[in-house]
Design a protein around this ligand. Sequence first.
Ligand SMILES: [Fe+2]
Length: 405
Amino acid sequence: MDTYSFEDFVGDTDVFFTQHFDRKPLLRRGALAGRLAGLPSVRHLDDLLALETVPPSYVRVTKGGKGVPSGAYTRTVARGAALAEALNPEKVYELFRSGGTVTWNSLNHVLPSARRLREPFTDALACDAEVVLFVTPARTDGFSPHHDSIDVFVVQVDGTKTWRVWATPEHRRGDEASYTPEELGEPVIEVTLEPGDVLYVPHGTPHAAAAKSELSLHLSVGVEPRRWRHLLQDTVTALVEDDDFHAFPYLADGEDAAVAALAGKLELLRERLAHLDAAAEAKRLVAAGRTRNGAGGTREFARLATVDTLGPTTVIRRTAVPVEFGVSDGGKTTLQVAGHRLAVPDAVADALRALDGDRTVTAAAFFPEVPEARSLGVARGLARLGVLEAMGGPSVAPTAHHERK
Ligand SMILES: [Fe+2]
């Protein structure tokens, strides 16, 4: 399956960051030509609409440039004793057939391929990113001229769509806004995007799009890089976590003592800021920007299923999962692994210690001088915890929950 780097979308990153990022639009024809198999497509959209219950907040339908009220494509379903609104797929298809554009927001919430698509963007820009899917029927004005408050990377996946993009204004209005064609003059980019083309539209940049002779599906990766104020807020928030800023002050009466106390804390904060290691803080801010809470991508069930297929002749090895060895007591050694604490025969602890570096052993011979079946059982148990793995088997182990690829 294709995985994508940030360069795949924007080309030379030095050129992108010095000339285009936050400044002017960028068109890259054929950037992902022939490499679309790993991306969400029309087929995935049908699969999503085939789910029994979809919360309507994911889907938006617009027609003639205006949003269709969600009541036109939802139905009420019983969920236990309660009632909830869910998508009515037939109504969505009907609105699409009659010229509506269907938008699926936060596609990365529900589709692994959309989650993978956002990764190069969160890594490169150290901020959150959301993937939105747009599907437009043939011969429709998808969206009339407007600007968005976030940066958008458009990837054309199916069909074609004609875009007009105007120059990024020097002074940008923050929120979303729409325009008449007369206000805008000549676009700086006018292009019919084909599958594999990528278009970058900085925030506040007017743009409009329309599908031509066929259905169009494009993905928009929306990113909102953090401004200085967000980064510095984060820095100060981390500094005031310290116990020195924990007490409840009483400032309300404005007495000299209260003012002096505040002045003292401001001075302390100033000192802490002055002593901050800027290089280390930059690293921390980047790491924080790349972190996203939510489900991991570890395929743990698939890993556990392969553990149960370990046989006596399977060659096994240690993984990178750390094991803390305790002291031996009564023939047993305590191990601490991935939040578990277990006592194993000393011979098992020794066998595990011996499996460092590139050494391997068969599952039957792992626990020496016991019957094969017992050795295999112990090997499987340790493999379930992620300490051992089959050679050539999946290398994903439980601690990978906390790591990025
Ligand atoms: Fe837009």
